[in-house]
Ligand binder design. Sequence first.
Ligand code: FAD
Ligand code: UDP
Length: 374
Amino acid sequence: MKFDWVIVGAGFSGAVLAERIATQKGQKVLVIERRNHIGGNAYDFYDENGVLIHKYGPHIFHTNSRKAWEYLSHFTGWRPHFHKVLAVIDGHKVPIPFNLNTLYKLFSPVFASRIEEKLVARFGFGLRLPILELQKNEDNDLKFIADYIFRNLFCGYTQKQWELNVEELDPSVTSRVPVLISRDNRYFQDKYQGIPKNGYTVMFQKMLDHPEIKILLNTDYREIIEDVKFNRMIYTGPVDAFFDYLHGSLPYRSLSFDFNYYGMEVWQEAGQINYPNEYRFTRTTEFKYLTGQNCPGTTVSVEYPEAYEPGRNEPYYPIPRKVNDEQYELYKNEMGKLNKSVLFVGRLADYKYYNMDQAVVRALSAFEDSDLSN
Ligand code: FAD
Ligand code: UDP
């Protein structure tokens, strides 16, 4: 059998492109996935206690892109979920992103109201302000609060997560969790937010269920590619591996997870609790809050950041900083030499810190922009 396309990777990027090519062009696609399941890092499954968990850490879908939301809505209904996160600061569990409620939980009413007045006067109610911007302020009170948030919320967590200081990373990393000049305790403020009603894996099954799509699991594409007849390839894995590390290993960050089961209805006070200052782990997540599952016990994940070592663990995060982007550009140059016989798409192949919706938008545009959709 000859395929029009081989797609390496069955995560969001690979699944969206396989679905588009098969349904819109009627072409034959072979999806090759190294792991024993589809869904990439968004994969979920029922653990041995019957609790629906996310194998690679908590995944909450949130987007302002109507296009991404409507596209995925063809394959799933949604459970509305507004993610709430608490962080342990000075022994208190307080809502984050840091907002006016957090301010009043940590400081006296007199001091908090003075800061609130200044924040609202200076920035206006409702603003989402990156911590690095708040730090630029000259006012002594605002300087104090900015430094307090920086030290207590960002420094320790960032050091654990990346093994780098905040200043060594692109500012876009910390601006993912801005300071909110409002009383909004939700972790995300996007227009569309939710969790696929029957889980991510079921949504992926629907996307990939098409007679022109064949899926090969448990297979690194390099093991078999010489024996497959195909015209073109879409590659969604790590870009440095594709080129045999020609320009050196691109740094990625990894994680290890502990999953703990408790024979009780609910274990922690919120879906996610962050520990910026204590312990070696960064956060704990109780999946029932996300999935709304009604079952007797509960499973909680604990996330330990660690260095990525090819073959031992997974390259979960590209590390956004100038020196890495420059190294990625060397690989981009190599892509250009392949004359479009291989398209590189996705969080690992683009070396970009995409959320799921960004991966969907990127894959949809790759389909629309290239000669793929003609
Ligand atoms: P991936 O999901 O990584 O898929 C790539 C696939 O390619 C993998 O399955 C891999 O096994 C396969 N592959 C690689 N090399 C080969 C090879 N040689 N042969 C065959 N197969 C190969 N986003 C959100 O929007 N909200 C969240 O709450 C959220 N939480 C996250 C939490 C964590 C801990 C992590 C790590 C990510 C989170 N994300 C979240 C981001 C989300 O996981 C990504 O945006 C999305 O999974 C990217 O999809 P992708 O297809 O580009 O990559
Ligand atoms: N961050 C932090 N403290 C927190 C939460 C986030 O310092 O309590 C910083 C940290 O650098 C982290 C980044 O903001 O890596 C992005 O956080 P996010 O929750 O978006 O990370 P992800 O869910 O992608 O792991």
